[in-house]
Design a protein around this ligand. Sequence first.
Ligand code: NAP
Length: 164
Amino acid sequence: MLDSTPQGFLTIDRFADGTDLWLLATGTGLAPFVSILRDPATWQRFERIVAVHCVRESSELAYRDALEPAADHPLFEDRRAGFTYLPVVTQEPGFVGLRDRIPALLASGALEAAAGLSLDPARSRFMICGGPAMVEDTHRQLMRMGYRLSRLRAPAHIALENGW
Ligand SMILES: NC(=O)c1ccc[n+]([C@@H]2O[C@H](COP(=O)([O-])OP(=O)(O)OC[C@H]3O[C@@H](n4cnc5c(N)ncnc54)[C@H](OP(=O)(O)O)[C@@H]3O)[C@@H](O)[C@H]2O)c1
């Protein structure tokens, strides 16, 4: 059961600008992003939204049914334009699709290719939520690529939260 009103620090208010929102989650770290996707303000604020959910096995892709492009689901109502869902499965040899961890997918350009959307400091904003090691590694990778943590008095590109 998830509230449709995002609360706390991991909200789109952390960003002063940008047009593309990248939601990067592992495991149950997807939960705050589902609330963010339920909020009409998110869809008014960003032109493109990419939700990346990385899990060990495809059975852990919670909300896949709602997030798949063909889904006719109340999560979206009529707000699907500009949305891309990218499931990532790391421990299932037969999985067809993205299979590396999120930092590696960022470094190789595979996420951009899969989303059909280039990363650009002027446009791209990132929210990261998952296990502490994933949050740290993803943050470091984005910093290597020239992105900075968004702070209340100095809005920038990245907002993050440890999922557990
Ligand atoms: N889910 C399970 O089947 C399972 C089984 C045994 C124990 N556990 C324990 O339960 C807890 C939660 O497990 P979980 O599967 O929900 O979460 P998790 O261990 O964080 O794994 C979820 C996803 O995050 C990836 N990941 C892990 N560390 C990462 C990092 N530093 N950078 C980027 N991506 C990273 C994993 O890739 P990789 O597959 O490459 O690690 C996996 O795709 C953990 O302590 C885990 O050790 C889970």
